[in-house]
Design a protein around this ligand. Structure first.
Ligand code: F2R
Ligand code: MG
Ligand code: MG
Length: 304
């Protein structure tokens, strides 16, 4: 079952990215329209998630310089994946000699980025350290530091990784309790912005009005306006990967990224068998992503 959850998480993340990619920047949309455009092609979210996994596997853990170089190598091979402004700029600074741990601090006038780019790629950290909270937080922050130095960017990644970890640990045969899931996340976060958003998510459980969800939780490119929304989308229907994903993408806005993060949590909960075959079959580089997930699982098994 653990192997199925590792595979479900990484494949789920890529499927969510691919499903949402046609709707990034769109208004709220009807669920029955979403699948029409599914090509299986994914964007920067999955490209960077692959980089995180490749580096963790190569080093059997986190090595900041190696992960930064892996991101750069992957970006230079496929710069057309839909990257935002921040990461490519950081890659250029690192290429010109700035240390990997310092470059991202230069972004946005020295504030660092609070974009959701560190959270959208963090799934491999969530599975590899699902049973070690200290390591999970430390590696989630470390991988963020490469491109997202702002506290909100880093905390968003740690929260997303922890949501994945909780989903790995949860037994699918017993009903998942959304309030208990959100309480664990509230206890985990050290940031008030995220704690308040999780309280809002709790209050909104079962809300029918999507516009209200978007207004209160957000659907934007900022980590604090998308990570809680992905967690909420998963909780919309924890037993069904398909329903959680349709809900996440229907919110529009940063649909590929909210889709990727929802898919990572949901896939880690339901396992690879519950990710619809019609989506898996068309997913770009499915075999390679499965291979990475299996290698992470083998490392985990050896560490235990
Ligand atoms: N880039 C996109 N989508 C744009 C459309 C792409 C198009 N389809 C194409 O193919 O060209 N999506 C991807 O980017 C998001 C992740 O972004 P990331 O990696 O976090 O980037 P960045 O630049 O660091 O942050 C994103 C924006 O957030 C605002 N921002 C962040 N920190 C800020 C700060 N301290 N002060 C002010 N603004 C800040 C800025 O607007 C950043 O550009 C994902 O959606 C992924 O899918
Ligand atoms: Mg993207
Ligand atoms: Mg996006």
């Amino acid at each position: 079952m653990l192997k199925s959850k590792f595979l479900g998480c990484l494949i789920g993340s890529a499927v969510g990215d691919a499903l949402g990619s046609s709707f990034e920047g769109s208004w709220v949309l009807e669920e029955n329209r979403i699948e029409e455009n599914f090509s299986g092609r994914w964007t920067d979210d999955t490209h960077m998630m692959i980089g995180v996994a490749e580096s963790l596997i190569m080093n059997h853990g986190f090595d900041g310089n190696h992960m930064a170089q892996t991101f750069i190598k992957n970006y230079e091979q496929e710069p057309w994946r839909g990257y935002a402004y921040g990461p490519p700029q950081v890659f250029r600074w690192i290429r010109s000699g700035v240390d990997w741990s310092q470059a991202a601090k230069r972004l946005f006038g020295g504030a660092g980025s609070y974009g959701n780019g560190a959270a959208m790629r963090v799934a491999p950290v969530g599975v590899l350290y699902y049973d070690d909270l200290e390591q999970l937080r430390s590696v989630a922050y470390g991988q963020s530091q490469i491109t997202h130095a702002h506290e909100l960017g880093k905390e968003g990644a740690a929260l997303q990784a922890y949501a994945v970890a909780l989903a790995v640990k949860a037994d699918m045969s017993s009903q998942l309790e959304p309030y208990a899931f959100l309480k664990e996340l509230k206890d985990f976060t050290i940031n008030d912005v995220y704690r308040r958003k999780l309280e809002t998510a709790e209050r909104l459980l079962g809300e029918k009005d999507r516009l209200r969800v978007i207004k209160e939780l957000g659907n934007g490119i900022e980590a604090h306006n998308s990570v809680p929304t992905a967690i909420y989308s998963f909780l919309h229907c924890p037993q069904s990967f398909e329903k959680s994903l349709f809900y996440a993408v229907s919110l529009g806005g940063d649909a590929d990224t909210i889709g990727a993060m929802t898919g990572a949590i949901s896939g880690a909960y339901v396992g690879i068998e519950s990710v619809p075959e019609r989506w898996k079959a068309r997913l770009e580089r499915r075999g390679y992503i499965e291979e990475l997930a299996e290698k992470l699982w083998l490392i985990k098994r050896r560490l235990q």
